[in-house]
Write a protein that binds this ligand. Structure first.
Ligand code: SF4
Length: 216
């Protein structure tokens, strides 16, 4: 059951964070529900007849946008249905729009993401003409230090989700926190991107903040 104080807290932080991200050059929105976010995405953020790349994301999965993106309205670089994942991720770097979740967002308007291959953070940094980030308020933290702590602490879940053969995918605890090495091909924590500001290219970065706990 939804907790009214949690909803209140999420709304206060979500609305405030959207304002701060706007000051940093983002086109930022706040929505109460993921369904509203979905409607906003297709009605106002993503025009038809564009190419679209995707970042791997539990939030986008929960948003249920894949079937719509696979229609003739869009040219989807479909990372979930392709003969060569590496090549699709490369093609996605030149998409008109790249839609993704985020690992952490700060109340100061910074975004932090941690990747294995770097295909998602590469697209977030440069390449696609537009980036659309969808994130639940559970991704909001106060400081950059907390954001980096957050992205490291959720990595075991990403390892498990993606079938990576790491010790953390079994134990739920980062090997490095136990003083062990994680120097293996399946290591998740390879590429860290901090997006401090979105002023460089006006209109490029979009954020939809949702007052729900989505993904992890
Ligand atoms: S460094 Fe290795 S063990 Fe630690 S969270 Fe990342 S993938 Fe898991």
């Amino acid at each position: 059951m939804e907790n009214e104080f949690r909803k209140w807290f999420g709304e206060k932080r979500g609305r405030k964070a959207a304002e701060v991200f706007k000051e940093k050059g983002w086109t930022a929105y706040y929505t109460e529900t993921l369904e509203e976010a979905r409607e906003l995405l297709f009605a106002s953020c993503l025009p038809p007849n564009v190419s679209v790349g995707l970042g791997g994301s539990e939030t986008l999965k929960a948003m249920n946008i894949l079937a719509e993106l696979r229609t003739e309205k869009y040219r989807l670089y479909d990372r979930y249905n392709c003969p060569d994942h590496f090549e699709v991720c490369r093609d996605s770097l030149m998409a008109d729009y790249f839609i993704t979740g985020a690992n952490a967002l700060t109340m100061r308007g910074e975004m932090v993401n941690l990747d294995c291959s770097g295909s998602r953070v590469a697209a977030m940094a440069y390449g696609p003409r537009h980036i659309i980030v969808v994130a639940g308020v559970n991704k909001l933290v106060d400081t950059l230090d907390e954001a980096i702590t957050r992205v490291r602490s959720i990595a075991p879940m990403n390892c498990r989700r993606n079938g990576h053969k790491t010790s953390c995918a079994e134990t739920g605890i980062c090997a490095e926190k136990l003083g062990l090495d994680c120097n293996i091909p399946d290591r998740m924590c390879n590429q860290l991107l901090i997006t401090f500001n979105a002023q460089k290219f006006a209109g490029k970065y979009h954020l939809i903040l949702v007052n729900e706990d989505i993904g992890f």
